[in-house]
Ligand binder design. Structure first.
Ligand code: FMN
Length: 331
């Protein structure tokens, strides 16, 4: 299908390092994506969305509606990339059509990296990276059914299939961007990250390449860029409880926020969340909030309070109590 405006290429022309919020199921919702935009994120990815849920929209209507709800976004999040996961090319084809027509994001990304057993069992995520033929059919199905730029996210290796072999197998396809999580399937989510892989893969890939994994500070970001010579970075858990990591990397310096500044950011995220989803959904935000208070004086007490919040008033009360109790030590 004829491609629309490819926003990835705009970045390439500007020769600007792209800072992307990597997809994190359960975390990269519209609120968090908006928040990181305020701190300088260039591109944001949705949580992964099931193509099967969209495909079976008729018989499993709730699943499709829920998925569309999950993918809604605000203008300020643009460029916004929707990530999809699944196993069958026909599901991907239908999902690509639905998302392109109804959600209207700026790009579509295909998940080839998720190692979670529930996903692997469906033949999706990392299991799809292992099956080169089917993976190729999936990419072709998406390319044929959208005019949006299509990107992919892969791992350094899944069993006997390396990132290099995978990319070589797809090298003639017009894929706009590639994010490599430089850990193998076996490593899961911890251990050393191979950022140098980007250089190996580069001769076989015509689009932009982002390196991802273990980037939690501006120093690590600069190291990853130096080693990989990538066009950009995908920030995952490093941005949780630290959305200002994007600003730190852009400015090349650490930003030391006081405990009170950070509590203020918690309140801001909660206010955006409530405006979008209503106060009754606030318990869904608890898992986000605990990331912010690591290293705080009395962190465990604060964490216990934050995992019990039900309202904005609860958060305001926690902040006020914290101020009173730490009056002498607050900076
Ligand atoms: C809680 C959680 C959810 C994730 N969800 C997704 C997802 O939906 N799609 C995806 O491609 N990767 C997902 N990932 C992988 C991240 O995008 C990223 O590749 C990985 O966490 C490594 O980056 P990091 O070390 O900066 O976190 C997830 C990781 C975590 C920890």
């Amino acid at each position: 299908m004829m491609k629309n405006n490819n926003f990835w290429q705009e970045y390439k022309k500007k020769k600007q390092v792209i800072l992307a919020l990597a997809p994190l199921a359960g975390f990269t919702d519209s609120t968090f994506r908006s928040l990181v935009k305020d701190y300088g994120a260039d591109v944001v990815y949705s949580e992964m969305a099931s193509v099967a849920a969209l495909y079976y929209g008729g018989s499993k209507r709730d699943g499709a509606l829920e998925t569309k709800e999950l993918l809604k976004f605000k203008k300020k999040e643009r460029p916004y990339v929707v990530q999809i996961f699944g196993s069958l090319p026909q599901h991907f084809a239908q999902a690509a059509r639905i998302i392109t027509q109804e959600i209207k994001p700026d790009g579509l990304d295909i998940n080839f990296g998720c190692p979670v057993p529930k996903i692997i069992k469906q033949g999706a995520g990392s299991a799809l990276m292992l099956d080169l033929k089917r993976a190729r059919a999936v990419i072709e199905a998406v390319l044929e059914n959208t005019n949006l730029p299509v990107s992919i996210k892969i791992r350094a290796r899944v069993k006997n299939v390396s990132a290099l072999e995978f990319v070589k197998y797809m090298s003639d396809l017009p894929i706009a961007a590639l994010m490599i999580h430089g850990r193998s399937f076996k490593q899961g989510f911890s251990g050393a990250v191979n950022h140098a892989l980007v250089k190996e893969v580069r001769p076989f890939f015509s689009g932009l390449i982002l390196t991802n994994g273990g980037i939690n500070s501006f120093t690590q970001a600069h190291k990853a860029l130096e080693i990989s010579q990538a066009d950009g970075l995908g920030l995952g858990r490093g941005a949780l409880g630290r959305p200002w990591l994007f600003q730190e990397i852009k400015e090349g310096k650490e930003i030391n926020l006081s405990s009170l500044d950070i509590l203020g950011i918690i309140l801001k995220q909660a206010q955006i969340f409530v405006a979008q989803k209503g106060e009754k959904s606030l318990p869904d935000l608890r898992k986000h909030l605990v990331w912010y208070v690591q290293g705080f004086p009395q962190a465990s007490k604060l964490r216990a309070q934050l995992v019990a919040i039900n309202s904005l008033a609860d958060i305001e009360k926690i902040i006020n109590n914290y101020k009173e109790e730490n009056y002498d030590t607050l900076d």
